[in-house]
Design a protein around this ligand. Structure first.
Ligand code: SF4
Ligand code: SF4
Length: 498
């Protein structure tokens, strides 16, 4: 990878609060979506003439629709508890990347147009007009938030900056200033069924190739079925699992689990994507339309269960939104959770003694685990509180004898975003992505030094792609990042090894 034209922050013993550097990241903004990416999603192709009116109407609509947004606009007491909790502030020093300041970009406009005090005494209450300058700041800094919700964990009022970011992005798209990366991807899912635009023949070829690879490797005919009507399980997984490294080894791991458990399963060429970028742009219509394909595929294939692969935000959408967006799921088998995460699925099989592991297969590794934001703070796993933290770790420990956690204030609900979540995994934001990865890289460096950690496992496709790209900037190998189900798949014992 060519060296980017910015300085990677140095790794220190611990992440310290950086000196404030006003506007340090004002130049960073993703490409704006062209009309061909805006219009299919129901947004205007370019900035509309009366954009102030349209933006304020939309803001009023969102304030009315989401009570939480109204509360978040009113509740902040400027205590500052969130100020140094965002990885983008820690990595950049730009004060507009402090969560409270990010919120204020919208709050100032809210006060001007939606509060009496702001209408009559704007200066007294810090209210501002919705100007071009404000909109430019919105575009930059609402695309420097990965909607990870870390700041909300520390806010005494539970203010969730992620929701404000989502509202900001939706307003921007509604006036014709959407983000190219996310909108282009959503369009591909609507037309082809996955983020990559991978059509059915290419997907079928890829899966066949993987079957051959697995058989060559372990001499067992593990299948990766596509469009198999009547299978028990429909697996929806991020499309990066079909070809990207290290994701694909996770997919191979899922296939081995299904094979060993003897449970029939299938992928769908119509809904070959678990990811749902509709959440990133804060637009429920698009989120619903993307999710709808999965319901339809499950109905068409006549499956009894839906299992979701390793993808953080996809799991958040499935866990928190599917029932409202595309439920009810009364056509599925009520004996199983709807939806079910692949980690829950594998964990359950392991607890029932269905799987046979040999941890020696991973004896060359010392593993740590990166909790993904959307799983940690936007959903959960299993039927006990904190299952989203224990279940992946249980699977790692079942597969590998050497596991160590990173520092307590960087894991579980305190986990740091990888720096590429929330629709920011695009090369036009590489500076932000590298700098935003600083806190996680720092915590990883600590366990490398103290425990000789060789690998960091994850259950999120975005985290895996992001770390593969940014860890080398911090002097770490891109192959340090690994799928939890690669560890699982490599440790499963087959055939004569039983
Ligand atoms: S949601 Fe995450 S990225 Fe956004 S301001 Fe809060 S900590 Fe930063
Ligand atoms: S922690 Fe909450 S109340 Fe305090 S400044 Fe941040 S958003 Fe406002």
């Amino acid at each position: 990878m060519a060296k980017p034209e910015f300085e990677t922050p140095p790794l220190e013993d611990w992440v310290s609060t950086p000196a404030v550097q006003p506007d340090a990241m004002a130049h960073v903004r993703p490409f704006v979506a062209k009309p061909e990416y805006q219009e299919p999603l129901g947004f205007p192709g370019e900035l509309v003439e009366n954009w102030q009116d349209v933006a304020l109407d939309k803001m009023g609509e969102l304030l009315g629709r989401y009570r939480s947004l109204q509360v978040f606009m009113d509740a902040c007491v400027k205590c500052g508890a969130c100020a140094d909790k965002c990885h983008y502030y820690l990595g950049t020093g730009d004060p507009k990347n402090m969560p409270v300041a990010r919120q204020d970009l919208m709050r100032k406009v809210y006060r001007r147009y939606f509060t009496t005090a702001g209408k009559w005494f704007p200066k007294l209450v810090g209210a501002v007009e919705l100007s071009e300058e404000v909109i430019n700041d919105w575009y930059s800094y609402y695309h420097q938030c990965s909607e990870c919700r870390r700041c909300s964990v520390y806010c005494p009022y539970g203010i969730d900056t992620a929701e404000i970011t989502m509202a900001g992005r939706e307003i921007l798209a509604t006036i014709g200033v959407g983000q190219k990366y996310s909108n282009e991807i959503i369009g591909k899912v609507h037309t082809i069924g996955n983020n990559l635009g991978l059509p059915e023949p290419a997907l079928a070829d890829t899966l066949e190739g993987l079957e051959e690879e697995i058989e060559e490797d372990i001499n067992v005919p593990v299948k990766l079925p596509l469009d198999q009507a009547g299978a028990d399980v429909l697996l929806v997984t991020p499309s990066a699992d079909f070809f990207a490294e290290p994701h694909v080894d996770g997919l191979i791991g899922y296939a081995k689990v299904f094979h060993q458990a003897g449970i029939s399963w299938t992928l769908s060429s119509y809904a070959s994507e678990a990811a749902n970028f509709g959440i990133f742009i804060g637009n429920y219509q698009n989120m619903q339309k993307v999710a709808q394909r999965i319901r339809q595929a499950a109905l068409d294939l006549g499956v009894k269960r839906i299992v979701v692969g390793e993808c953080g935000h996809a799991w958040r959408v499935a866990y928190s939104f599917w029932n409202t967006l595309i439920g009810p799921f009364d056509f599925l088998d009520p004996a199983y959770p709807v939806p079910q995460h692949i980690c829950e699925f594998t964990h359950d099989l392991n607890q029932r003694g269905v799987l046979k592991f040999d941890r020696e297969a991973n004896d060359d590794k010392v593993v740590t685990f990166h909790d993904s934001c959307n799983v940690s703070r936007g959903s959960r796993l299993g039927d006990t509180p904190g299952g989203q933290f224990t279940i992946p770790r249980d699977l790692i420990r079942a597969s590998c004898a050497h596991f160590v956690d990173m520092a307590p204030d960087t894991i579980h609900e305190h986990t740091f975003c990888c720096g590429g979540g929330g629709g920011l995994l695009t090369d036009d934001l590489i500076e932000l992505r590298v700098k935003g990865a600083l806190p996680r890289a720092q915590a990883l460096q600590q366990v490398i030094e103290q425990h000789e950690v060789t690998h960091m496992a994850a259950i999120c496709a975005i985290c895996k792609s992001q770390f593969t790209k940014v860890l080398p900037q911090y002097g770490m190998g891109m192959d340090m990042i690994i799928s939890v189900h690669q560890l699982v798949g490599d440790a499963l014992v087959f055939g004569s090894e039983h």
